[in-house]
Ligand binder design. Structure first.
Ligand code: PAF
Length: 283
């Protein structure tokens, strides 16, 4: 595998990007926390289509995990990730330390109202504050023309779109379609935690979302379709459903309870053993 040039400081990152810019090249940024899979690599592919250079970032951001979550256990293998990124056509890896990102005395955070409330925002109260702060820093450190994020974390994508617009960041935010296993399960670093039995149950989540989307598109009342989808997820063997909600596609406002006639998205998080799976589909 080709060695991937790697920088660890924002000064080195800026120098590389500035040189490309000076040569008239467009730059794409693909932020990640590592533990890469085909979904992340597809985002690198989208970056390649939209820019001359692709920079991936690798930073397991402590501020988006609560003390009870899996920050310490989060899989870390920079060598493996760098090899996959190089093979996917990435030009540069930015892998800063926690001290580089959050120097002593760091005291600023970015809070995005409305779109970060409810769903993941309710289940993980400080999560989007951590995401919005680190993504704002990554976007200002790298100053890319375009930044690519997965639609798999759809609420996160809309939070990032909102903050880029509100803070006048001169970057185009692009969403990459969710990459799925053949049976429909959305690829996720956390799928590695599933036992074989749980892995067999997991695709039921996407099946339920697709059935719900079809029902709503055909004019079913939103509350009836949501309740049927939750029942089918639990019947398939999931332990609990944190939320399964039909929301407006852009600002993620609650829709229903009756039929809808505007672009919408169904978003869910459900628990299978100790693993929390997320998925969403468009209506
Ligand atoms: O989606 C992720 O991997 C992370 O939330 C992100 C966007 C890289 C910020 O840490």
């Amino acid at each position: 595998m080709t060695d991937l040039p790697t920088v660890r400081t924002k000064a080195d990152l800026r120098a590389r990007v500035a040189a490309w810019r000076a040569a008239g090249e467009r730059v794409a940024l693909v932020p990640t926390m590592g533990a890469l899979h085909e979904g992340h690599l597809s985002l690198v592919g989208i970056g390649r289509q939209r820019a001359d250079r692709v920079v991936a970032t690798l930073f397991v951001n402590p501020t988006q995990f609560s003390p009870a979550e899996d920050f310490e256990a989060y899989p870390r293998d920079e060598g493996r990730d760098a090899g996959l990124l190089a093979a996917a056509g990435c030009d540069l890896l930015y892998a800063p330390s926690a001290e580089e990102m959050y120097p002593p005395g760091f005291a600023t955070s970015v809070a995005v109202a409305h779109v970060s409330e409810g769903m993941e925002g309710a289940a993980r109260p400080h999560h989007f504050g951590g995401v919005a702060t680190v993504v704002t820093k990554l976007l200002t450190q790298a100053a890319p023309d375009v930044a690519v994020f997965g639609e798999k974390d759809y609420q996160q994508l809309q939070v990032i779109r909102r903050l880029a617009r509100d803070l006048d960041l001169p970057v185009e935010i692009v969403g990459g379609p969710t990459v799925r296993a053949e049976d429909g399960l959305a690829l996720s670093s956390r799928n590695a935690y599933l036992t074989p039995e749980q892995r067999a149950i997991a695709p039921a989540l996407n099946r339920a979302l697709r059935a719900c989307a079809q029902a709503v598109a055909r004019g079913s009342a939103v509350d009836v379709a949501e309740a049927a989808a939750i029942d089918s997820v639990l019947e398939a063997g999931f332990d609990s459903v944190d939320y399964l909600e039909v929301r407006s596609a852009e600002y993620l406002e609650r829709l229903g309870p009756g039929p809808i006639d505007s672009p919408a998205r169904i978003l869910t998080a459900a628990r299978l053993g100790r693993t929390r799976l997320l998925d969403n589909v468009a209506i």
